[in-house]
Design a protein around this ligand. Sequence first.
Ligand SMILES: O=P(O)(O)OC[C@H]1O[C@H](O[C@H]2O[C@H](CO)[C@@H](O)[C@H](O)[C@H]2O)[C@H](O)[C@@H](O)[C@@H]1O
Length: 247
Amino acid sequence: MAELVPPPPALSTTDSLFLDFDGTLVELAERPDAVVVAPSLVDMLDRLAATMPGRVAIVSGRSIAQLDAMLGPQARHFALAGSHGAERRTPEHGYESPEPPEALALAAESLRDYADTNGLVFEAKSFGAAIHYRQRPELEDDANAAAAAVADTHGLVLQRGKMMAEVRLSGDKGDAILGLLETSAMQGTRPLFFGDDVTDEDGFVAAAASGGAGVLIGPLRETAALYRLESVSALHTWIAAAMEARA
Ligand SMILES: O=P(O)(O)OC[C@H]1O[C@H](O[C@H]2O[C@H](CO)[C@@H](O)[C@H](O)[C@H]2O)[C@H](O)[C@@H](O)[C@@H]1O
């Protein structure tokens, strides 16, 4: 595997930034609700959004409600694609989402039962539900099989993630990025997508196909990303340097 270099810290008026949340902007935690969002990070994102009006987006597996709760009112200053792209909020179009099918609620109930029975963390989301086995890693195969069966029963998509399995609506982060690139602020810009997880690979492919690039956060692995940054804090440093270079 060839090593990947960091992206040049150069931002132009023709760039758009797409940022994954968990493991990219914030460090992973033991539980979904234990993530720490430093006020300094929110302030930095706010300044970034002011530097690149309409051209900063968070693209996350989290729901927009979860992102709002963690980021506070400043989350309104950038675009959000939540629930792996099933819902989004942009300055141009406001909030957009499909009607959640009844199957989602039924699937969530099944996953909650499974999590309760097995001592796993259950996470309810707006367009999906997840079970987390970080506290019981020995259940990885069983939890993934259970989530796969629930997804299959209810016609939903199985999404594997870091120490979790989720059932959700179809679509992916690549679709989310391509959709956001059609908004007037981002049209024709070069997308850079920063992400750490396998769920971010669709986004790396979409960014490259649109003339931009993916940036893998964390250890090197097989990836469609063109660049790599070592860690969450390396990304924070990169954003600060990129803003400084533009100032
Ligand atoms: O697309 P992302 O913004 O990276 O969200 C992906 C999932 O992130 C969260 O789970 C992950 O982070 C948790 C907190 O650090 C961690 O405990 C868990 O093991 C990770 O998988 C979130 O809870 C999920 O809903 C997101 O889909």
